[in-house]
Design a protein around this ligand. Structure first.
Ligand SMILES: Cc1cc2nc3c(=O)[nH]c(=O)nc-3n(C[C@H](O)[C@H](O)[C@H](O)COP(=O)(O)OP(=O)(O)OC[C@H]3O[C@@H](n4cnc5c(N)ncnc54)[C@H](O)[C@@H]3O)c2cc1C
Length: 278
């Protein structure tokens, strides 16, 4: 059963170790795509495992540098210790940001469940005080995001605008698709109008075409961002049309919950599972 699921999961993840992920990153670079590498894992409370994740990212940064890849790392703060000890997460994050800066690499911070939004943004703002090459994911489903984006724009930060992937309650998130889309567009307009730096992280054709329209009248430095294994033809088309396209490439042994999220997002993926049984 788990082998069968892994075969399906391979669509969304690069493999179980860094070597496999770096090889796929190289092949995506050859197709004209940049890459954000994520070592799978979240909500880690064991100090030894946290330290192993931190070391994995450090080695990745070194390999990206040695292999001269167009790639960055994209970290979840609960991998670096945020759920256990905020000072530990801070120390690990600052270490990775310094390393990224030394290698002239970018560093992305993923956004997790709402329990961590405030502390993630606090740490991100602290990073922005010393580093320009750092960005943070902002979730359009969160009612607070418009305000958070203003604060980031003021400091010249870079935003990865996504819809949001966690189960949350209606007091803090917009729950209907039209409202989430509307808030995504509102934030996108604001960022483009202010000339801010942004990654448009979506596979939604309507949002992608709105972004293209808005980008005509902006000085914003922007790129499209998508997940591995989703809308690959569209990625190639965007590259051939001259847009910067960056693929989020997760890998690692903790592939199960990430893949489950991707399966649940789109009912057609159930067919992938059924087909793999045949
Ligand atoms: C680069 C990147 C980074 C992200 N980082 C974060 C983060 O840090 N925090 C966070 O909460 N969320 C993150 N997300 C996930 C995001 O919040 C959404 O859950 C996810 O992208 C689905 O939303 P969508 O905008 O693609 O729109 P949807 O409405 O879900 O999808 C639009 C269309 O894309 C295709 N599609 C989308 N998903 C799938 C799928 N799983 N299988 C097959 N087809 C699909 C379908 O054609 C669908 O109609 C990230 C997404 C991207 C692209």
């Amino acid at each position: 059963m788990s082998q069968m699921l892994y075969r399906v999961a391979k669509r969304w993840i690069a493999g179980q170790d860094a070597d496999e992920a770096l090889q796929i990153a190289r092949s995506l670079n050859a197709r004209g795509q940049g890459v954000m590498l994520n070592y799978l894992g979240e909500d880690i409370l064991d100090q030894g495992v946290i330290s192993a994740h931190n070391e994995e990212y450090t080695r990745l940064q070194e390999s990206i540098n040695t292999m001269k890849l167009d790639a960055s790392i994209s970290v979840k703060l609960t991998q670096l210790g945020l759920g256990l000890d905020a000072d530990l997460a801070r120390k690990n994050l600052l270490g990775l940001a310094e390393k990224a800066s030394g290698f002239r690499q970018f560093l992305w911070v993923d956004m997790e469940g709402s329990k961590y939004t405030e502390r993630t943004l606090e740490l991100y703002h602290e990073l922005l005080g010393s580093f320009r090459g750092v960005g943070v994911a902002i979730q359009a489903y969160l009612r607070r995001s418009e305000k958070d984006v203003e604060a980031i724009l003021e400091k010249g930060g870079k935003i990865r605008l996504c819809k949001g992937a966690y189960r949350e309650t209606p007091d803090i998130v917009y729950t209907g698709r039209p409202e989430i889309t509307q808030n995504y567009v509102t934030i996108m307009k604001r960022v483009f109008q202010s000339g801010g730096r942004v990654g448009i992280a979506t596979h939604d054709s309507y949002l992608i075409s709105t972004a293209k329209d808005l980008a005509k009248d902006t000085k914003s430095e922007f790129e499209f961002q998508m997940l591995k294994g989703i809308r690959d033809e569209l990625k190639d088309k965007l590259v051939s049309d001259g847009y910067r396209m960056v693929t989020y490439l997760p890998y690692g042994t903790s592939w199960y919950s990430y893949s489950k999220r991707r399966i649940m997002e789109h009912p057609s993926n159930i067919w992938l599972i059924l087909r793999s049984l045949l």
